[in-house]
Design a protein around this ligand. Structure first.
Ligand SMILES: *Cc1c(COP(=O)(O)O)cnc(C)c1O
Length: 310
């Protein structure tokens, strides 16, 4: 694909000496993919560059995607649609909340149409998406469906680009730690940096993250061992506040003035700490924490009170 259609790249990489010391590392850098430049930023922007280029090539008038109520991917799809002069339709999990919060406010501001899927099974969800596609076609439009979390073997190229930036910025890096949701981010990094340098921290968004990752890597034509995934940070599940994540949010804020989110980046930093504690990351390893964004979700989290106390 030619020049990016949106996004401010490359993103900066910053040393984080106070956080490094607090987690027991000699060197730690933050790769600021929370600053990708569109719609509040975040990792979904890099993947959407590819998905949206495909959509434009196909003459799409509407982007259709799906996710949880507080999906960062859905918010950034709404922003990308606005930037490109397209319409966005977001099929979101659950029931419409009494008052919009967090990402949902931003979805609406960007003019997206939101369809609530209630307690749909995955099969029923596909039915809802198909119904939206039909409705758009009946009105003379051209829908383009972007998968859950924006992850496909094609869009994961956005993280091959990020891997290339990292190789330029820090040629001798040893480890990159990143939250694993729908898998495209980890898959692209593995394709670009090799499995041994990447640690994905599972947030509990997909039933079998190893399988998801295998399918993405196969689709990209990448033959490699799967990387190590830390599965110790899921806690009570995707939507709940994991104890390690709560501590991680405070630590990043109090050492570096860096705000993380409870669902993804908080878990990822908790996973990094767990890997240092059990020796999977050694104190001298040149380690990068990939900040993938997600801050708007903080302001809709059910445990906001616990996060703000003490
Ligand atoms: C979606 C998301 C991730 C995970 O990225 P995947 O490519 O879905 O694995 C990480 N952090 C944030 C903030 C996200 O929104």
């Amino acid at each position: 694909m030619s020049t990016p259609i949106f996004g401010s790249l490359p993103t900066p990489i910053e040393p984080a000496p106070r956080l490094a010391e607090a987690v027991g590392l000699e060197r730690l850098w933050i790769k600021r993919d929370d600053l990708t430049g569109l719609g509040g930023g975040g990792n979904k922007v890099r993947k959407l560059q590819y998905s949206c280029a495909q959509a434009l090539e196909a003459g799409a008038t509407h982007l259709v995607t799906t996710g949880a109520a507080q999906s960062n991917h859905a918010r950034l799809t709404a922003a990308a649609a606005a930037r490109l002069g397209l319409e966005a339709v977001l099929v979101l999990g659950g029931e419409e909340p009494p008052a919009p919060q967090g990402n949902l406010v931003l979805d609406r501001l960007a003019g997206a149409r939101v369809v609530w899927s209630g307690k749909s099974t995955p099969q029923e969800l596909y039915g809802l998406i198909a119904a939206e596609e039909r409705r758009i076609r009946d009105d003379g439009g051209v829908p383009h469906v972007i998968p859950f979390g924006g992850s496909s073997p094609y869009s994961a190229r956005g993280y091959l680009d990020c891997a290339a930036e990292l190789r330029d910025q820090l040629p001798d890096l040893d480890r990159v730690v990143v939250a694993f949701g729908s898998g495209g981010t980890t898959a692209g990094l593995v394709a670009g940096l090799g499995a041994e340098r990447v640690i994905g921290v599972d947030v509990g968004a997909v039933p079998d993250p190893y399988r998801t990752l295998r399918e993405l890597l196969d689709g990209m034509g990448v033959r490699t061992e799967p990387p190590h995934l830390d599965r110790g940070q899921v806690g009570a599940g995707y939507a709940h506040l994991a104890p390690g994540a709560r501590a991680a949010l405070r630590l990043a804020a109090r050492t570096e003035g860096l705000f993380l989110d409870p669902t993804y980046t908080g878990r990822a930093l908790a996973g990094l700490r767990a890997c240092v504690a059990d020796g999977r990351i050694r104190p001298g390893d040149r380690t990068v924490f990939l900040h993938t964004g997600g801050l708007p979700g903080l302001f809709a989290h059910p445990d906001l009170g616990a996060l703000a106390s003490g």
